[in-house]
Design a protein around this ligand. Structure first.
Ligand code: S3P
Length: 445
C-alpha cells in the first residue's frame, strides 16, 4: 500500500504473448455497485466486483454510514440503509488513492444533515475537490474545513433541507455529474445535470436500474440533460460487473506491440462511453477482432482477439477524450512503437488525475528514448517501430497505477528493459496485473 516502501519492477523484451485473459471488474461500476447497494433497501448481490483497494475503500465508507457489506463465496452482498437513511460516520472516511470514491461520496452525503470528514493519500490530497463542492454548495452544503485549493482533508456539513438545482458541468467529468445526481437522491424535487460532452454513463444507467426516475435528453447542440426526481425509493439489485476496459487496455496494447502475439481478452465492457481506445488503436492499424458481442446485466460486452500489429501514427480527435480519458498513458506507449507521429489533444483533464499524467507520461517516454513533445493540453509522440534503441530508463510513477502499468507494458517490446520506481499502487485497480501478464508470457521482475 501507499504507506509501505516503494517496490520497483522491471519489464523486459518478451517473446510473443498468447492465451486468454479475463481482467478484473470495471472500477467505475464496482464503486457504484457498492455505493448504491449500500444505500438501497434490501440486498444487492454483486458478482465480478473489482477487489482493488480503491473499491474496497468505498465499501468501508458505506459500512461506516450504516450499510452491511460482506463477501459470501464469489458474491458480494450489500444490505443498504434505505435511501435517505445514511448515518453520520463516527471517524473520517479514508479514501486512499481513490478519486471516484471520494468525489461520489461527497455528493452522496452532500445533501444529508450530518458532518463528514474526508481524508486520502498524498496523491488524492493534491487533487482538486472544488469541482464537486461548487454545485453541492448551491444545494446547501457547507464546507467546514479544507486545505487551500479545496484539497483534502475536507470536512463537510450538509443542509437540513437540500435544494434541487440545474447544473451545467463545466468540464467533461463523470465524477462531477455523478456527485450532483447522488446529492439529488436526498433532495426534494427535480435536479438537472447538463453535460455538454457525454462522459461515462454508469451512474445514470445503474440508478435507473435501482428504481430512480431519471430522464435523459440530448439537445440540438448535443448536450445531455439528465433530470432526476429526488428522494426515490431505491431497491437492491443483482449486478454482474463486466471486465474493465481501462484494465484490459494493458494486455491489449502489450499484445499489439509484442510481435507475433495472439491474445483473447474476455467479456470486456463495450459501453461506447468507454471504448475510445479500441477505436483509436483500430485507426492505427491494430489487428483487433471483436467477437461474441452480447448483453450481460444491461451492459454490452465482447471478447477481443488481439494480434501483434504494425501500427501507424494518427491524430486522435479531441472529442474522443472522455471515452478514453484513462487510456492516454497506454496509448502513448502504443504510439511509441508506431510508424510516424501520434497527436493527442484536449488533454487538460490528464493534469488532475492520480498524478499529472501528461507530464508523467512525457517524462517516462523521454527517460526511455522516445521522441515526444508535451504541450499545455497535448502530446505528440514520434514512434519507433520495433522499439529499436528504446528503453533503459527508470520511470517515476508518482503514486499512479496507470503510469506504472503503462510503462511495464512498454518494457515488453523495447530493446532495453524499462524500470518503474514503484509497483505498489497497481493494487488500487488491478491487483492481479503481474500474475495475469506473466501468464500471457510477459517478462516482469
Ligand atoms: C470516473 C470518471 C473519470 C475517470 C475515473 C473514473 C468515474 O474521472 O478518469 O477513473 O468512475 O466516474 P473524471 O470524472 O474526473 O473525468
Amino acid at each position: 500500500m501507499h504507506t509501505t516502501e516503494p517496490r520497483p519492477m522491471s519489464a523486459r523484451r518478451s517473446d510473443a504473448l498468447s492465451g486468454r485473459a479475463r481482467v478484473p471488474g470495471d472500477k467505475s461500476i464496482s464503486h457504484r455497485a457498492l455505493m448504491f447497494g449500500g444505500l438501497a433497501a434490501g440486498e444487492t448481490r454483486i458478482t465480478g466486483l473489482l477487489e482493488g483497494e480503491d473499491v474496497l475503500r468505498t465499501g468501508e465508507a458505506m459500512k461506516a454510514m450504516g450499510a452491511t457489506i460482506e463477501k459470501r463465496g464469489d458474491e458480494w452482498i450489500a444490505t443498504g440503509t434505505g435511501n435517505g437513511a445514511l448515518l453520520e460516520p463516527e471517524a473520517p472516511l479514508d479514501f486512499g488513492n481513490a478519486g471516484t470514491g471520494v468525489r461520489l461520496t461527497m455528493g452522496l452525503v452532500g445533501s444529508y444533515d450530518m458532518t463528514t470528514r474526508f481524508i486520502g493519500d498524498a496523491s488524492l490530497s493534491k487533487r482538486p475537490m472544488g469541482r464537486v463542492l461548487d454545485p453541492l454548495k448551491e444545494m446547501g452544503l457547507q464546507v467546514l474545513s479544507a486545505e487551500p485549493g479545496d484539497r483534502l482533508p475536507i470536512t463537510l456539513r450538509g443542509p437540513k433541507h437540500a435544494a434541487p438545482i440545474s447544473y451545467r458541468v463545466p468540464m467533461p467529468s463523470a465524477q462531477v455529474k455523478s456527485a450532483v445526481l447522488l446529492a439529488a437522491l436526498n433532495t426534494p424535487g427535480v435536479t438537472t445535470v447538463i453535460e455538454p460532452v457525454a462522459t461515462r454513463d454508469h451512474t445514470e444507467k445503474m440508478l435507473a436500474g435501482f428504481g430512480a426516475a431519471l430522464e435523459v435528453e440530448t439537445d440540438a447542440e448535443g448536450a445531455r440533460h439528465i433530470r432526476i426526481e429526488g428522494q426515490p425509493k431505491l431497491i437492491g439489485q443483482t449486478i454482474a460487473v463486466p471486465a474493465d476496459p481501462s484494465s484490459a487496455a494493458f494486455p491489449l496494447v502489450a499484445a499489439l506491440i509484442v510481435p507475433g502475439s495472439d491474445v483473447v481478452i474476455e467479456s470486456m465492457l463495450m459501453n461506447p462511453t468507454r471504448t475510445g481506445l479500441v477505436t483509436t488503436l483500430m485507426e492505427m492499424g491494430a489487428d483487433i477482432e471483436i467477437l461474441e458481442r452480447r448483453n450481460e446485466g444491461g451492459e454490452d460486452v465482447a471478447d477481443l482477439r488481439v494480434r501483434g500489429s504494425e501500427l501507424k501514427g494518427v491524430t486522435v480527435p479531441e472529442d474522443r477524450a472522455p471515452s478514453m480519458i484513462d487510456e492516454y498513458p497506454v496509448l502513448a506507449v502504443a504510439a511509441s512503437f508506431a510508424e510516424g507521429d501520434t497527436l493527442m489533444q484536449g488533454l487538460e483533464e490528464l493534469r488532475v488525475k492520480e498524478s499529472d499524467r501528461l507530464s508523467a507520461v512525457a517524462e517516462g517516454l523521454k527517460a526511455n528514448g522516445v521522441d515526444c513533445e508535451e504541450g499545455e493540453a497535448s502530446l505528440r509522440v514520434t514512434g519507433r517501430p520495433g522499439g529499436k534503441g528504446l528503453g533503459g530508463g527508470t520511470v517515476k510513477t508518482h503514486l499512479d497505477h496507470r503510469i506504472a502499468m503503462s510503462f511495464l507494458v512498454m518494457g515488453l517490446a523495447t530493446e532495453k528493459p524499462v524500470t518503474i520506481d514503484d509497483q505498489t499502487m497497481i493494487a488500487t485497480s488491478f491487483p492481479d496485473f503481474t500474475a495475469l501478464m506473466t501468464r500471457l508470457g510477459a517478462m516482469l521482475d
